[in-house]
Design a protein around this ligand. Structure first.
Ligand SMILES: [Zn+2]
Length: 457
């Protein structure tokens, strides 16, 4: 086996690794870079491998930083199968089309603003996304599938987002595990990460490899207190959240608070056509739910719907939220405040000290979300300078990524035969301490992968 690291090496976005086995080439994920616009755009356009030379893709989960360049792969000539769980396939259907729509609209916007200049081409079109969908081959957890001459893959629940998988790939001689993104025990809706069998090599994410999370069970309490404080000030609560996973978790937690009468009676809006579509995908995949969420269903309750909660698709209705008097809560993507409707809500609300911005996930370097999280008081939204006077809070308890201790525990079942770990999907400040911790605890070498590095295993 030969491994080449391309994306999410030394950073958290753009996941893409190539595995060569027996004359065939496989991509492990095909994700999009996120971050500073111009830089991300350039990095996304440059594809590290010739697309027609790729025989198949193994997709760990639907998040755009893992799946977002699949339509570009198709556009460039890839025609092979894409292996993913059926929940991941359904989520990709919603997300890749949405991403293509955003790319097309952005290119349109640039072309209208700068007529006569070089025409901006979207990275890919809706048609490219549509042509990608038939390539998907749904796989089931713990059912081995032959995906090449001698290569067999088996998926395990990664407990990170609906349908997320860690995979074990074996050619009969070498066993390689790819973690994808590893979740945490006790997250709302989805099941806990599953144990993988012993393997020879492991490619593991390291997003939070250098830190420890607060306990998950504090999430409901923190959400409650942030809401009460904001509403007490007569302010609005703006919650930038990923449309996939985080939005549904927040809705379920709000449902808990509602059932226990701990929720002040204010309107709650989920403002995103994508989040609405994705919530439908969640409803269609109860086989991925944990026991608690499944029980909700069996008791005849909709985990993702309740009184005072309104889902908004329409852009006009979204704009009307600005005219509502009195406090309300709006949950809207993107989670890192880079694109999407949340930017409009931030523009209207970030200058008012009564309001709160509640960040709910990882904020990559150079994103508006990271700037807010770091306490910057002057930011730009749609290019307009804004003073941040709203309160900024973080709900890290909902993180979909295991922290360093949880990653070390998760990898333990693999260690009896493990020869080496490759750390990806982490900024060096996270990956390096994790590499040291792996060596200290298990005596196993852990390498922090760099872009372009090649390993024979
Ligand atoms: Zn993810």
């Amino acid at each position: 086996m030969k491994l080449t690291f391309a994306g999410a090496a030394g950073t958290v976005t753009g996941s893409m690794h190539q595995l060569e086995v027996d004359g065939k080439r496989y991509l492990l994920d095909c994700g999009m870079f996120q971050g500073r616009r111009k830089e991300a755009e350039q990095r996304n356009r440059w594809f590290p491998f010739p697309a027609p030379s790729i025989d198949a893709v193994v997709l760990s989960h639907a998040h755009i930083d893992h799946s977002g360049r699949l339509p570009l792969l198709t556009k460039n000539g890839f025609r092979g199968p894409i292996y993913a769980t059926s929940a991941t396939v359904d989520l990709c259907n919603a997300m890749l089309l949405d991403t293509a729509h955003i790319l097309e609209s952005d290119a349109d916007f640039v072309n209208r603003r700068h007529p006569g200049e070089e025409v901006a081409e979207p990275l890919y079109s809706k048609l490219d996304a549509e042509e990608t969908m038939p390539l998907f081959q749904p796989v089931r957890y713990r059912i081995p599938v032959n995906i090449g001459n001698s290569l067999v893959m088996e998926s395990y629940d990664a407990g990170h987002v609906l349908g997320s998988a860690s995979v074990v790939l074996t050619d009969g001689k070498t066993r390689l595990a790819y973690s994808g993104d590893v979740g945490r025990p006790g997250l709302p809706i989805i099941r806990d990460p599953e144990a993988l069998p012993p393997v020879d090599y492991l490619i593991m994410e390291s997003t939070y490899g250098g830190r420890k999370h607060p306990q998950e069970n504090e999430a409901v309490g923190k959400l409650e207190s942030v809401m009460k404080d904001t509403i007490g000030r007569g302010g609005r609560l703006i919650v930038p959240a990923f449309a996939v996973g985080r939005t549904q978790q927040l809705v379920l937690l709000l449902h808990h608070l509602m059932n226990e009468n701990r929720l002040p009676s204010v309107p709650i809006f989920v403002d995103s056509p994508l989040a609405v579509n994705v919530t439908e995908v969640f409803r269609a995949h109860p086989e991925c739910f944990d026991t608690e969420t499944y029980t909700y269903l069996q008791n005849g309750e909709d985990p993702f719907g309740f009184k005072r909660l309104t889902y908004i698709r329409d852009a006009r209705e979204s704009k009307q939220l600005n005219d509502i008097q009195g406090p309300f809560i709006v949950i809207s993507p993107s989670g890192m405040c880079e694109t999407g409707r949340v930017l409009h809500h931030l523009r209207h609300n970030v200058g008012n000290p009564k309001n709160t911005v509640l960040l709910t996930g990882y904020q990559a370097e150079n994103t508006l979300g990271r700037k807010l999280k770091d306490g910057m008081k002057n930011v730009r939204i749609f290019g307009i300078p804004m003073e941040v006077r709203a309160v900024v809070e973080s709900l890290d308890e909902l993180s979909g990524h295991a922290d360093s201790g949880e990653l070390l525990d998760w990898m333990r079942p693999m260690t009896p035969t493990l020869k080496r770990v490759f750390l990806v999907h982490g900024e060096p400040v996270s990956s390096r301490p994790l590499a040291e911790a792996i060596h200290a605890r298990y005596g196993i070498e852990a390498v922090v992968a760099e872009p372009g590095q090649v390993y024979e295993i």
